[in-house]
Write a protein that binds this ligand. Structure first.
Ligand code: ZN
Length: 393
């Protein structure tokens, strides 16, 4: 026999309130509320409107944010076994990225994927390192992980471009049959505009555009990258001499560095932006770079904690937003970001940009991330099932 009191309470609508509500449609609102009845969403909107329409609802504060789970649009899951360290960029690369290289690989990648699943991440944009071809099949099998696995390609020697490109295309073609409905799909990541030759960049961008493969490139992360395109020298150039690298930077980019050449202008004039890559970091940019990004229709991913930990500068969020550029958030690897939870970057961004409306940051983490990864955005709307994951911890 059913308990009449229990069945009565099961049908009493609940009004859940929050500071920021983003339903996936339109802009986010503040404050917000969701009425849930019998596990189904009955209404969303301003708490006062909902109180008026559902006077018998039991009201409780759900938390700061109600929104679909955010997307981690840029990370390196294969570095998930690394220890986090905040160090200036030119110490972090040798001491952490290179120093802990023996921790990079499949075990870390799968543990990172487990973490994202436990966090309920909406999707992921993951860079799979150039030595990690063997990671692609196990990660493609993870249908609990939606998003893009960008296979990273790196080679500064233009004379090797055809050979390196053929090998990368072979890796993509041999793995495409392993893509599963609902699971991650393949993409390509030319590492940076200074570690991939101009010729290889062109080949990768043309191939990706023709095959519909998503692209992600690290661009303008550190001020020294801008100096490199301006002068052909500086600390990046000095650090590159530890690796096999062409004799001059002009050979890498196929043109002479010049006073107003920036990494973004270079990519634009090379024809790479026409393939609409997602540009990651974009911290050290000019107004002209931002205008070019907007004109090309490229989305950008910002990694606020990582940029701060590595002392790279502050991503000019409001200028990009004013230009109409789609912005998403990523953690970067745990080694520079600190965790794989992009909600930590949302919280950090709210302190980093005290004058930016926090509703824009929440919307970017959800909608921007789904745009970048090409994954469907779940809506919080009447008739849909309520999920506890809609409340951001
Ligand atoms: Zn990265």
């Amino acid at each position: 026999m059913s308990d009449p009191a229990a069945s009565q309470s099961a049908h009493t609508p609940e009004l859940l309130t929050c500071d920021i509500l983003y339903t996936g449609m339109g802009g986010a609102q503040s404050p917000g509320g969701v009425v849930v009845s019998g596990g189904v969403i009955a209404a969303t909107g301003h708490p006062n409107t909902l109180r008026g329409n559902f006077p018998h609802a039991r009201e409780s504060r759900a938390g700061s944010v109600i929104a679909p789970p955010p997307v981690n649009a840029h990370t390196h899951l294969d570095m998930s076994a690394y220890d986090f360290r905040a160090l200036p960029y030119f110490r972090w690369i040798p001491e952490v990225a290179m120093g802990q290289r023996d921790k990079r690989g499949l075990a870390g990648a799968l543990a990172g994927a487990d973490t994202l699943r436990a966090l309920g991440a909406g999707a992921v944009g993951d860079i799979v390192w150039s030595h990690g071809q063997d990671l692609l099949a196990p990660l493609l099998a993870r249908t609990d992980l939606s998003g893009v696995l960008y296979y990273e390609v790196l080679s500064p020697f233009p004379e090797r471009a055809d050979e390196v490109f053929s090998a990368a295309r072979e890796v993509i073609e041999s793995h495409r049959k392993l893509e599963r409905p609902g699971g991650p799909r393949l993409g390509l990541s030319p590492h940076t505009p200074f570690t991939v030759s101009h010729r290889l960049l062109r080949l990768l961008a043309d191939y990706a555009a023709g095959e519909g493969l998503p692209l992600q490139i690290h661009v303008a992360e550190h001020p020294a990258e801008v100096e490199l395109f301006r002068t052909g020298g500086g600390p990046i150039w000095d650090s590159m001499t530890r690796f096999p690298y062409p004799a001059t930077f002009a050979e890498v980019i196929g043109r002479a560095p010049e006073a107003d050449l920036t990494p973004v202008r270079y990519l634009d004039e090379l024809g790479v932006l026409a393939a609409r890559p997602t540009l990651v970091h974009m911290v050290n940019v000019t107004p002209d770079d931002i205008a070019r990004t907007a004109r090309a229709g490229c989305a950008v991913v910002t990694c606020p904690r990582s940029n701060t930990h590595l002392e790279c500068g502050v991503f000019p969020w409001s200028t990009f937003a004013a230009a109409g550029v789609e912005i998403a958030l990523g953690t970067d690897s745990v080694a520079s970001g600190g965790s794989l939870d992009v909600r930590d970057d949302v919280a950090f961004a709210r302190t980093l940009y005290p004058h930016l409306d926090p509703r824009l940051i929440v919307r970017a983490a959800v909608k921007g991330g789904h745009r970048v990864t090409g994954t469907p955005l779940p809506f919080i709307r009447r008739g849909a099932l309520w999920q506890d994951a809609f409340v951001w911890a």
